[in-house]
Design a protein around this ligand. Structure first.
Ligand SMILES: [Zn+2]
Ligand SMILES: [Zn+2]
Length: 452
């Protein structure tokens, strides 16, 4: 039985593109008592591998913590694999707002001692005695209360690109470090203030809130489902965002934009920028913020040293790397003194610049369109799309719109349409029609006719 990845990330990326499916990026976690974490891990791998699910998952005797990418069409089947376990019945899955089919390219499930990599190894308090969970609307309300202290329980590189207004953003590299610091800072307010906390997906606050209740804080609250879930509720309920900037996430996107505010600077030139990157030198791999100009000038490197190294022959690079520890230090090294504009600790509350919206002006202009059907397949090499006509009819010469979360809104005029292998003037309901599409389309993209 296959229990590990057999494809490289590159092979997987090509496969995902060829399949043309929509994928959802999601995360979830659950604390539970797991008797045999290794067996649990293997069972999950077999079930999820069959569903083409990818991601980074930690399993421990205390539970599971997962960040994943799942084909949209397998979403329900995926949910059933979770519901098979009592402790995950009705579990909340945080689905990311932005779509990216390449958010994860491997299925990696690791058995660990704890489910949060930089978690708290303290068994002296009851981890189930947690703070009050707040939804986005309630969270906004409590932030308006002058008696509220809000604390960011993420790391310096995360809060640098985005955080809640007026939040305390501890200058720490691990979550574990921030707990005693905050405890000391707020020790005189254990009774009179609301201690309100948040993190990326909510999991760190589960433990942090239990810790602070154990330390004697009376009014402890936490953002349910973290910033990921907050962003989703903002969209669904049309709420005002009290979070500014970007939410850093650990997948290939390295961030999900919540507001258009850019609050951080390129670490090299100081220009407003909030795009993280990893240094091109594999012996460094530093995570830092770099603008497009510096990326071009520095060839994706964090320093002139690294730039020199990547131009060396590979054998010399490997020789230089020998004996050096990179791995888990990657993020600590985010504080390299080469980075002049790196900030942590006290962070600005105001935007330095506004993010450019991707050029998609057409969406704003009202076009009259009629739904015709949906995409069934994309032949990558031939650049031909296949669609099923479900309503009305499609004629050669029609102006059409192809629309989907990954594809966006793309218009084109049809010169030639083919049904059953022959060129035709009209495709009718039930026909499978193919025509050239000069861009990649996704399964289930909607096909519209534009009528003027
Ligand atoms: Zn720059
Ligand atoms: Zn470097």
């Amino acid at each position: 039985m296959q229990l590990y990845n057999t494809l490289s990330a590159e092979e997987r990326a090509i496969m995902i593109d060829d399949a043309g499916q929509q994928r959802l990026t999601l995360s979830f976690y659950a604390y539970a008592k797991i008797q045999d974490p290794q067996k649990f891990r293997n069972d999950l791998f077999v079930a999820w591998n069959a569903l083409d699910a990818l991601g980074r998952i930690y399993v421990a005797s205390e539970g599971i913590n997962a960040q994943m990418s799942v084909p949209a069409e397998n979403f329900e089947a995926f949910r059933e694999t979770l519901e098979a376990y009592d402790f995950m019945k009705g579990i909340r899955l945080n689905v990311a707002v932005e779509h990216d089919d390449h958010s994860f390219l491997k299925l990696t499930i690791k058995v660990r001692h704890k489910i949060v990599a930089d978690g708290l190894n303290d068994d002296t308090f009851d981890v189930t005695n947690i703070g009050v969970h707040l939804k986005a609307k309630e969270f906004n309300e409590i932030l308006d209360d002058p008696n509220t202290i809000v604390v960011d329980f993420r790391n310096h590189y995360e809060s640098e690109v985005g955080h809640f207004k007026n939040a305390i953003t501890p200058d720490v590299e691990t979550f574990r470090e921030s707990l005693p610091i905050i405890n000391e800072q707020l020790k005189d307010h254990k009774d009179d203030k609301n201690l309100v906390m948040y993190c990326t997906g909510g999991i760190r606050c589960e433990k942090a809130s239990a810790y602070f209740k154990h330390q004697g804080f009376k009014n402890v609250y936490q953002l349910e489902g973290g910033i990921i879930n907050y962003a989703k509720q903002l969209k669904e309920e049309g709420l005002e965002s009290k979070f500014i900037g970007k939410n850093f996430v650990f997948d290939n996107r390295l961030g999900e934009r919540i507001t258009d505010d850019i609050i951080s600077q390129c670490h090299q030139c100081g220009k407003p920028c909030d795009n993280h990157t990893n240094c091109e030198n594999d012996g460094c791999h530093l995570l830092f913020i770099q603008c497009d100009d510096c990326k071009a000038a520095m060839e994706n490197c964090c320093s002139t040293e690294c730039l020199e190294i990547i131009h060396m022959p590979l054998v010399d690079q490997v020789r230089l790397r020998t004996g050096k520890q990179v791995g888990n230090k990657v993020f600590r090294k985010g504080k390299s003194e080469n980075l002049k504009f790196k900030h942590s600790g006290e962070l600005p509350e105001t935007a330095l610049a506004t993010a450019q919206k991707p050029a998609d002006i057409r969406q704003k202009i009202k076009v009259k369109k009629v739904l015709l059907g949906k995409a069934e397949h994309y032949y990558v090499k031939a650049q031909v799309g296949q669609f099923t006509v479900e309503n009305h009819e499609l004629n050669s010469g029609d102006k059409i719109l192809i629309s989907g979360p990954t594809t966006g809104d793309q218009e084109l005029v049809l010169e030639k349409i083919i049904v059953n292998g022959a060129e035709t003037q009209t495709a009718k309901i039930g026909d499978k029609v193919t025509f050239e599409v000069p861009f990649r389309i996704r399964l289930s993209d909607k096909l519209y006719k534009i009528v003027n």
